[in-house]
Design a protein around this ligand. Structure first.
Ligand code: PMV
Length: 291
């Protein structure tokens, strides 16, 4: 056992296919490698208390149980630049960092398959019925196309374009949003199907480096997500602001009912301008990613 265990992970953003991915349609997501989470595990005087509904503690417990030391006397400290509950994968990123810190502390090897299995155990607490997209993207260094229970492939992203991410400042409610979609039963199916087709269209447009078509697919996806009832007034407002200021497309991202929006723009100057306008119009924070 070491005196300190360290685990790291990074954030992610869903480009296309949130919600429909839960139902087996494809999704496309991007790791945000510069937005990191670190977990430090150190000795404590007593065993860690299990807090139901806390995905971080659940992740640490899942790791301790896997190592057959559930009574371990440890404490954790998270340092994170991932805003919590904003659809940037904080629960998956924090779970990955936490599990890595446990294995590091006990100096045990950890393969990616075991890590992903343990992360998804913790994600069940955060999301009830996670598709596995968040965990997979936070574990990847490249953009991915993900289909639940089928697998994923990495995607080449080599565009002359920028993605602006803006935080509405409101906690996303992924679990509630997933339940809201589920409660609509077959009424939601055409919308989910449409979202899946748009993820495919977006992927094709990205391969063709056609920014206009990518932006159109994003705009259309946002409208379908809004129709599903998982957007929010703030996200709709910021999406409109981005569209009014040269964005080729804009949409909410992640579970919704709060959280972040993303906007596609062509140049760095446009990205900075859109980010500035979004902050002026209420975004708590913005990030710019070169695609
Ligand atoms: O809110 P986030 O970024 O954790 O994304 C949730 C994505 C959903 O498709 C709504 C749920 C899932 O499990 O994939």
């Amino acid at each position: 056992m070491k005196s300190i265990g360290i685990g790291k992970s990074h954030s992610k953003i869903i480009l296309m296919g949130e919600h429909s991915v839960v139902y087996g349609f494809p999704a496309i997501a991007l790791p945000l490698k510069n937005i990191e989470v670190t977990c430090q595990l150190t000795p404590a005087d007593q065993p860690l208390k299990m807090t139901i509904a806390d995905p971080l503690v659940t992740a640490i417990f899942a790791a301790l149980e896997y190592l057959e030391i559930p009574q371990a006397q440890v404490q954790y400290k998270i340092t994170s630049s991932v805003p919590q509950r904003r659809g940037m994968g904080s629960s998956a990123a924090v779970a990955i960092a936490a599990i890595r810190s446990v294995f590091d502390y006990y100096d045990k090897p950890l393969d990616n398959q075991t890590l992903e299995m343990l992360v998804n155990q913790a994600e069940i607490i955060a999301h009830t019925n996670p598709s596995g997209l968040d965990a997979k993207t936070c574990l990847s260094d490249e953009a991915i196309k993900f289909i639940r229970n089928i697998g994923f492939s990495t995607l080449e992203v080599d565009l002359d374009a920028y993605l602006v991410i803006a935080d509405t400042g409101i906690h996303g409610h992924t679990r509630e949003a997933v339940e809201k979609v589920e409660a609509q039963e077959e009424k939601a199916l055409p919308l989910l199907h449409g979202l899946g087709q748009l993820a495919d269209a977006f992927e094709e447009a990205m391969a063709d480096k056609n920014l206009e078509r990518m932006g159109q697919a994003m705009n259309h996806a946002h409208d379908l997500l809004d129709e599903l009832g998982v957007s929010s007034l703030q996200a709709n407002h910021l999406v409109q602001v981005a569209r009014d200021h040269q964005a080729l497309g804009a949409k909410m991202s992640g579970g919704g009912l709060g959280g972040c929006i993303i906007a596609l723009v062509e140049t760095k100057e446009e990205a900075e301008h859109v980010a500035q306008q979004l902050e002026k119009e209420g975004a708590l924070n913005t990030w710019i990613e070169n695609l």
